[in-house]
Design a protein around this ligand. Sequence first.
Ligand code: ZN
Length: 212
Amino acid sequence: MAAGHKIRHNAVDFTGCLAHAEITYLQSTQKILRIRGHFHHNEGCKKALIMRFPAVPLHPAVYEVALQQLKEGCTLTDVQERNHTMVQPWHIATSLLICRDLHTVGIYDLRDKDTRSLYRQFNHLQGIKSQSKAHLNIDEWLDPDSAQFNQTLHDVVFHYSPRATWGEQVEICIATPEMREAAWKYAHQSQIILDGTFGSVTKNSFIQSLWA
Ligand SMILES: [Zn+2]
C-alpha cells in the first residue's frame, strides 16, 4: 500500500504473510553481499486470489496517433472518434485489448482519464510547461528578457495585460496576419459578429473590457 493512501493497490488482499527478501549489493559491481528475509508464504497467501488487477496504461501507439492529430489541430472529439473507429474492429466482449508483448502492454481504448496525460505530453512537445500556471507561461513567452521568449507569439499579440495582482484577469489578444486580412475582408464596416464556435471566453467582464 502506498504511504498516505487508504486505497489498497496490491493485487491480493493482505493475509498477514511475512514473506520478503532483503538483498544488499554493491552498486558499482552489482556484487551481492547479503540476502536475508523470510522466505516462506503463509497458507492464506498461497491460496490468495487476485482481487485487483493492476492499472493497465494506454498503449503507446494510441498516444502516438492522438498526439499527431492534436498537432494537426484536431479537437479532442476528433481524437476520440478516430480512436473509436480504430478500436472498433477488434472489439471483443470487454474493451480491454492487451498486447502480450511485454514491451507494448496497453489498452487501446482512449479513456477519459487518459486525456490529462495526453495533453501533458502534447504540451511538453510544444515546449509548454504544464506544471506552471498559464499566466506565468504566457508572461515568459512575451518577455524579451526571458529565455522562453517567443518572437512569433510576441509579433501577433495586440493586447496584453498581465496578471499583476491576485484576482486580476489576464488579458491576451492575438491576431495573426491571416486573421487581420480576414478582418478587412469579412467585416461589415467595423462590425464582425461571431458565434461561440471557436470557444470564446464566456466571462462577460473580459469581453466587455475588450470592446469598451
Ligand atoms: Zn506471501
